[in-house]
Ligand binder design. Structure first.
Ligand code: HEC
Length: 110
């Protein structure tokens, strides 16, 4: 009987893991890895206002996130802390910005 309960427990664990992993697309998974350096300021899902200054990007659409990142890189977007963000945007190319934007949109969907 104990064995049975253990197996049921294991399979439920496996089930929840595969469920949560299955939600993200291939590009969003790449975005998730790239987004790791952003978490300390923006929160796991972009839900924080970084340094009390940034807007909360968890509700933003893909294009707005992409445009802001590109804008920081090209110095066409930003406010008080634009140089801080520029340091991070400079590490990203177009594709990587897309992956990150895709991740943020997917992880906040529901
Ligand atoms: C050191 C803290 C910090 C880190 C790390 C950081 N950011 Fe930011 N981010 C900020 C701040 C502060 C702002 C507001 C900048 C300004 O004044 O324009 C901002 C703004 C933004 C914006 C636009 C929102 C707005 O307020 O207009 C986006 C999108 C963004 N960050 C994405 C990212 C991504 C993606 C990463 C990782 C590659 C990242 N940030 C890493 C602090 C950070």
């Amino acid at each position: 009987m104990k064995k049975l309960i253990f197996i049921a427990f294991l399979s439920s664990l496996f089930f929840t893991c595969s469920m949560s992993g299955g939600e993200l697309s291939h590009s969003a998974k790449k975005g998730k890895r790239l987004y790791k350096v952003c978490i300390s300021c923006h929160g796991v899902k972009g839900e924080k206002n970084a340094k009390g200054q940034s807007k909360v990007i968890s509700s933003w659409d893909k294009k707005s996130i992409f445009d802001a990142l590109m804008g920081y890189k090209k110095r066409t977007y930003g406010r008080k802390y634009k140089n801080t963000m520029r340091m991070f945007a400079m590490q990203l190319n177009k594709k990587k910005m897309e992956y990150i934007a895709e991740y943020l949109v997917q992880v906040n969907k529901k």
